[in-house]
Write a protein that binds this ligand. Structure first.
Ligand code: ZN
Length: 481
């Protein structure tokens, strides 16, 4: 008899905060500088130096906590997490242990069964370690170099409750979390640059069992897709282990993207004892309630609220609202468009259709496109005025997207103005009729469909510039009773 298992997943997400300077010194956090140029005695951990907390870090951590429905601790402190590794010059990381800044939060995700709330256990602040660069691959490398630019860059670690039941739910959680942090602008969430990193704890248990199964910790997944794939692999692996009567061992496993599998890194016996103790160089934090209230009042509109407002305020379908609020920049483009041209669904159609398609084709972000809501509004007005047809509008749109030029200028420069002069169109209609006797015969014998062919011929003749309504009408007047 095969046992049915329930999957239990919890995630730990590290997000790099978008502050200009590091957490305990004023070195720059800029990514990509020459190695070891953004360092000072504090972040190099030289003896005799003292850390000073960057207030912006606390502010961003509290903002994230508020947006994720956490309680903000009135009293919080830093602790030392001790371990030895060459990327950590002090041989301890300043982190938070038993009194994190935020606790007991939640986030709502969309699942196949509808909305689901995932608990957030805690959010704490900590400093990042440096980066080791291995010559060649990590297993065959003959030497390692260390770059301390990242040492002391501020992070928040967001720990979820073990509330997720499928790898897809884990991915939905990460997507929603990333969206919230991006809307808050507390992190750029750039996974390629390592601003967002995720570890996953996963175990399985027979359906109905209360106790958790033994978990594995998964590391080194550098995309949401990789997280989902690693979890899927791991669930199946654990099922196989239990299925053959063995026990799952508690261990850390690394995801290998090229092999598409998880590989054991270290077992429990090698697990660290971090010997946490309160950081004696930093005073504990007493967080002013008034300040928290101020931050709470000044939080920007968050993705879920914005989505709901797009439905109620603009009368958009739920699907449109979801797509348009995917990023703050896209939502802003839409609202700018509606300000310039009061037809929310019309503006939405252009953004969801041509804009997203061009973005994908060019592989760029919203911010990199030259299009503005104002330009889109102007283009829609040109369509209303009959200056351009909807077909020509596609050409104009593409040009605006690439160059940011005014639609009127584009129409002028490319000679795209719609022909609405009836006598001019009639001339071409007559010409097309005389050149296509078969189609004309079809129409006269009742095959109305052939009208479409003739309209197409006129549009071709005018390179898409003839007013299609007029062409249609003229053909009908001339050929149909
Ligand atoms: Zn420094």
């Amino acid at each position: 008899m095969s046992v049915e298992y329930e999957v239990v997943i919890g995630l730990e997400v590290h997000a790099q905060l978008a502050t200009e300077s590091k957490i305990f010194c004023d070195c720059s956090t800029e990514f990509g500088a020459a190695p070891n140029t953004h360092v000072c005695p504090v972040c190099l951990g030289l003896p005799g130096t003292l850390p000073v907390l960057n207030k912006k870090v606390l502010e961003y951590a509290i903002m994230a906590g508020l947006a994720l429905n956490c309680e903000i601790s009135e009293y919080s402190k830093f602790d030392r997490k001790n371990y030895f590794y060459p990327d950590l010059p002090k041989a301890y990381q300043i982190s938070q242990f038993d009194l994190p800044i935020c606790e007991h939060g939640s986030i709502e995700i969309e699942t196949e069964e509808g909305k689901k709330e995932i608990g957030i256990t805690r959010i704490h602040m900590e400093e990042d370690a440096g980066k080791l660069i291995h010559e060649g691959s990590i297993d065959k490398s003959t030497g390692s170099l260390v770059d301390y630019n990242r040492t002391g860059v501020p992070l928040i670690e967001i720990v979820s409750e073990p509330d997720m039941r499928t790898p897809a739910e884990a991915r939905a959680y990460l997507t929603q979390l990333k969206k919230v942090l991006e809307y808050l602008e507390v992190s750029d969430c750039n996974m390629e640059e390592g601003s967002l990193r995720c570890d996953a704890n996963v175990s399985i248990r027979p359906v109905g069992q209360k106790e958790f199964g033994t978990k594995a910790e998964l590391k080194n997944m550098n995309s949401f897709k990789a997280v989902e794939k690693a979890l899927e692999y791991e669930v199946e692996r654990q099922k196989r282990v239990l299925g053959r009567g063995d026990e799952v061992v508690q261990e850390t496993r690394t995801w290998d993207d090229s092999l598409n599998k998880t590989i054991s890194m270290r077992g429990k016996e090698e697990a660290h004892d971090y010997r946490y103790f309160p950081e004696p160089d930093l005073v504990p934090m007493e967080v002013d309630k008034e300040w928290v209230k101020e931050l709470s009042d000044s939080l920007p509109e968050l993705p879920v609220e914005k989505m709901k407002r797009f439905v109620t305020e603009y009368g958009l379908p739920q699907y449109d609202a979801e797509v348009l609020t995917d990023t703050k920049a896209l939502a802003e483009l839409f609202e700018e468009g509606v300000t310039a041209y009061d037809d929310p669904k019309g503006v939405s159609n252009w953004i969801m259709g041509d804009f997203l398609r061009l973005m994908k084709e060019e592989n760029i972000a919203v911010e990199e496109s030259k299009l503005s809501g104002e330009l889109l509004g102007k283009m829609l007005q040109l369509m209303d005025a009959g200056t351009i047809s909807s077909k020509i509008a596609k050409t104009v749109f593409k040009e605006m997207f690439k160059t940011g030029k005014d639609p009127e200028t584009i129409v002028e420069e490319k000679g795209l103005k719609q022909i609405s002069d009836e006598s001019k169109i009639e001339e071409i209609v007559d010409q097309v009729i005389s050149e296509n006797p078969e189609a004309v015969e079809d129409i006269k014998s009742g095959k109305g469909k052939a009208i479409g062919f003739l309209v197409g011929q006129v549009m071709k003749e005018t390179r898409g510039k003839a007013n299609p309504g007029m062409v249609n009408q003229l053909l009908r007047d001339k050929l149909m009773d």
